[in-house]
Design a binder for this molecule. Structure first.
Ligand code: RP5
Length: 175
């Protein structure tokens, strides 16, 4: 059977970003969302990056997630060439630990937005959750999966909260 066409493009500025962005792919797989993952660089392969952005909508891509570190212009470059929603993930791959990538990604000029999530692994996962939320606007099945995921998180937190008094007692009693 043919693979389903990707609905989300997960882009990275370098293969060295893969360990963090695997977390994004994992979340998309948990939701059952078909995606593609590619290395494209705003600086080192600018023609290919622009071409990808221009053609993405025609290929059925609904949301672009773009991750990069340092002078992180990949998400902004995508947004310059497409009106698809673009989610930027700043990565902590330089000596400035992602603060550079955060500012490079988030500070877009009016009219060409990049929805920027947090730095690193947390942002990588949230980019996937946000992409699903965007697609769920027109997809009831995805919306139900989002609701179910939130319910699971709530149960997990309540379960942990329930054992905190016992943990506190153990700490105070030196056990
Ligand atoms: C950025 O530069 C990439 O997104 C990566 O986070 C960083 C380092 O890239 P490599 O030198 O490891 O290819 O463009």
């Amino acid at each position: 059977m043919a693979e389903p066409a990707p609905r989300v493009a997960v882009l990275m500025g370098s293969d060295s970003d893969l360990p963090v962005m695997a977390g994004c792919a994992r979340v998309l797989e948990e939701y059952g969302v078909p995606y593609e993952l590619r290395v494209l660089s705003a600086h080192r392969s600018p023609e290919e990056a622009a071409g990808f952005a221009r053609e993405a909508r025609g290929r059925g891509i609904q949301v672009i997630i773009a991750a990069a570190g340092g002078a992180a212009h990949l998400a902004g470059a995508m947004a310059a060439y497409t009106t698809l929603p673009v989610i930027g993930v700043p990565l902590a791959s330089s000596p400035l630990q992602g603060f550079d990538a955060l500012l490079s990604t988030v500070q877009m000029p009016p009219g060409v937005p990049v929805a920027t999530v947090g730095v690193g692994a947390m942002g990588a996962a949230n980019a996937a959750h946000l992409a699903v939320a965007v697609m769920a606007l027109g997809d009831d099945e995805l919306r139900q999966r989002l609701d179910q995921r939130r319910a699971e998180m709530r149960d997990e937190v309540l379960g942990k909260a329930a054992i905190v008094p016992r943990k506190l007692r153990e700490l105070l009693d030196g056990k």
